[in-house]
Design a binder for this molecule. Structure first.
Ligand code: GRF
Length: 233
């Protein structure tokens, strides 16, 4: 049985797009379909991408605003059994987390637990990494809990911080990793191939090798080999 996946996003939705493209590339072996894209922002590019792909969209109710729908009602109405956050800037309500135990994941543009938590999103993350003088950043895929960036880590992949990096150039490098790593972890967890494990998965040795010889053209192969993802399945 294939999963019915919802994606919650507040921004441009490039990770949503990466998930959609990856599922298409899996063909009949895909673990699920994105059946709903919801956002707290009417102008989110993610909603546009969903409409272009013929996927149902919804505006989520914000505390201060009467318009929009309650997340749990939407999850039930669309019979969603897996939720992927993709640049979603709000906390997921606890009733949704209880409805989908170990079935809600997120991607964060740094190596959690570093540079995570309340207020750490978007460019702020990359600014903080550069200000700290760290030579490595990366992407983290993790389970979602009721607090920001708090759930168990599913997968991490490091990215070098270069001497002349700006927040924009670092964000772009990290985003390339997100686009490869996130759809594959979503697929592995949605299909049940990866099961809940509260111990963080170690960063594979291959990830450190790729850090020393950074070559974006090898990302797909390196990430698939390191985590044992089948290509296109
Ligand atoms: C990504 O960097 C993701 O890690 C973070 O928000 C950003 C969303 O970008 N949670 P996009 O909207 O998917 O392009």
């Amino acid at each position: 049985m294939t999963s019915r996946i919802a994606v919650f996003a507040s921004g441009g939705g490039s990770n949503l797009q990466a998930i959609l493209d990856y599922l298409v590339s899996c063909g009949r072996a895909r673990p699920g379909d994105v059946v709903l894209v919801a956002s707290d922002r009417e102008d989110a590019g993610a909603l546009e991408r969903a409409r272009d792909a013929g996927i149902a969209t919804a505006l989520l109710r914000a505390r201060a605003r009467a318009t929009g729908r309650e997340p749990l009602a939407l999850i039930r109405e669309h019979r969603v059994d897996f939720l992927a956050l993709a640049g979603f800037l709000r906390l997921v309500p606890t009733d949704v987390l209880s409805e989908l135990p170990s079935r809600v994941v997120n991607v964060h543009p740094a190596l959690l637990p570093a540079f995570g938590g309340p207020g750490m999103y978007g460019e702020r993350v990359h600014r903080a990494v550069l200000a700290s003088g760290a030579s490595v950043s990366g992407a983290t895929v993790h389970y979602v809990e009721a607090e920001y960036d708090a759930g168990a880590t599913l997968a991490q992949w490091p990215v070098p911080v270069l001497a002349d990096d700006s927040p924009t150039s670092l964000a772009a490098r990290v985003l390339k990793v997100e686009h490869v790593l996130y759809p594959r972890v979503v697929s592995a967890v949605a299909s049940g191939r990866w099961r809940f494990d509260s111990r963080p998965r170690p960063v594979p040795d291959a990830a450190f090798r790729s850090l020393r010889e950074w070559d974006e053209r090898r990302l797909v192969r390196d990430i698939e080999e390191a985590f044992g993802f089948d290509s296109n399945a």
